[in-house]
Ligand binder design. Structure first.
Ligand SMILES: Nc1ncnc2c1ncn2[C@@H]1O[C@H](COP(=O)(O)OP(=O)(O)O)[C@@H](O)[C@H]1O
Ligand SMILES: [Mg+2]
Length: 401
């Protein structure tokens, strides 16, 4: 199975494999299975990387489009099948098979039926080519004993792809979570029941920072002493735009000593010209405040300590709902943060060790939620139009300079 990015040469690889096999082995029967019968015909056989483009013309006796059957002079027969109709594979037997875009096969049974019929000749084999998705079928094939897996990225084939195509793909996907799947063929696990999903985050992602009414830096302390031990300190800058939508600006989470993370908070605050720092009291509340007060330069930050009245998951749900309502955009990509979001379910976290604590949670919760017991983002209306002309907050007063 080749799990590879768009344009890597998956279709070409599958076509070359069965073309070579069919030419070298007379009187064999070969199955070609695609997500739809149209794709089998238009992509796998007639497409620019398809079977007809790689088979020597002199070898081809007939190609019957309506029957989806291609016959070679040596007696080999290629037959196309749709992955939507597993029952059409019940009965026919094959020496070899090629399945294209397997992650898009709607019926897992198609694979079972194909395997049952793959029993002619000494060593029947199947070649599968697909952009990866963590479907049960792909996961199952990955775990199959004897399966050989090849992985590759779109850019491995840049020599054969038009510059315009590459530019378009980069433009569309580079730097997005979806791009890790579509270009780099990473198997991104969508966790069942997760409060966030990658596609949702990707669809709302923006590149440029919009005009913002207010920016806060939120801090989720963890009690780490730094140096990689313990959980990260979550530090995230987020704002609300003139359009009323929320924007996650930066994930500056780190695993530094108290002095180190306090400086990081200050840098983030300065970088975004934030209005306020918000920190959670739950974990060593007094410690957090005193760390921020004593660290160089951080002493004058307007810090608001908030008390979380409910558990993290309960507070995450309304935030997830904001994403669902398309009210939150990430400005750029925050891989670690997004992976954690996508791993959070109403029952807790899935698949992460303790090092990946809820570093992100407060980031979103505190600035946006009215639930956290303070008026963090009070009357937006009175704020001026240009971000650079934002009014300072009334309480507490913003320090001079
Ligand atoms: N080994 C190769 N030599 C020359 N061109 C190739 C090779 N592999 C792929 N290509 C070309 O690269 C392009 C993308 O290949 P394709 O198989 O359609 O990609 P995918 O199915 O992975 O999206 C096609 O134009 C194909 O003919
Ligand atoms: Mg293809």
């Amino acid at each position: 199975m080749a799990l590879a990015g768009r344009g890597w040469g998956k279709t070409r690889t599958g076509a070359e494999d069965v073309a070579w096999f069919g030419c070298a082995n007379a009187e064999t029967r070969i199955a070609i299975v695609a997500p739809t019968i149209g794709a089998a015909r238009d992509v796998c056989v007639e497409g620019e990387s398809g079977l007809l483009s790689v088979l020597p013309k002199v070898c081809v006796k007939t190609w019957n489009r309506s029957m989806g059957e291609l016959v070679l002079w040596n007696g080999t027969i290629f037959k196309t099948y749709s992955a939507t109709e597993p029952e059409t594979l019940r009965g026919p037997q094959h020496h070899r098979a090629w399945g294209d875009e397997v992650a898009a096969w709607p019926e897992p049974e198609t694979w079972d039926q194909l395997l049952f019929g793959l029993r002619l000749g000494a060593n029947p084999q199947a070649v599968l080519t697909t952009t990866p998705k963590p479907t049960p079928l792909i996961r199952g094939i990955l775990k199959t004993e004897g399966a050989m897996i090849t992985r590759g990225s779109t850019f491995d084939n840049k020599g054969n792809l038009p510059a315009g195509t590459l530019a378009r793909l980069r433009d569309r996907y580079e730097g997005t979570r979806l791009g890790r799947q579509e270009l780099y063929a990473e198997l991104l696990e969508d966790i069942e029941g997760a409060l966030w999903n990658a596609v949702e985050i990707d669809q709302q992602r923006v590149r440029a920072v919009p005009d913002l009414k207010r920016i806060v830096v939120s801090v989720d302390p963890s009690g780490t002493k730094g140096g990689g031990a313990g959980d990260d300190i979550g530090i995230v800058a987020a704002g609300i735009g003139m359009d009323g939508r929320y924007y996650v600006l930066e994930d500056a989470s780190c695993n530094l000593s108290p002095d180190g993370w306090a400086r990081r908070v200050k840098q983030t605050y300065d970088k975004w010209e934030a209005d306020r720092v918000v920190a959670e009291k739950n974990f060593g509340g007094a410690m957090v405040e005193s760390v921020l007060r004593t660290a160089a330069g951080a002493a004058e930050l307007p810090v608001r300590m908030v008390t979380a009245s409910r558990g993290k998951i309960a507070r995450a749900e309304p935030i997830a709902a904001l994403y669902e309502q398309e009210k939150v955009s990430h400005v750029g990509e925050f891989k670690a943060l997004e992976d954690q979001l996508c791993a959070m379910t109403p029952g807790g976290y899935v698949g992460h060790g303790r090092a990946l604590r809820l570093t992100w949670q407060n980031h979103l919760d505190n600035p946006f939620s009215s639930e956290c017991g303070c008026s963090l983002i009070p009357p937006f209306r009175r704020l001026s139009v240009k971000r650079s002309m934002r009014e300072p907050m009334q309480s507490p007063p913003r320090p001079a300079g």
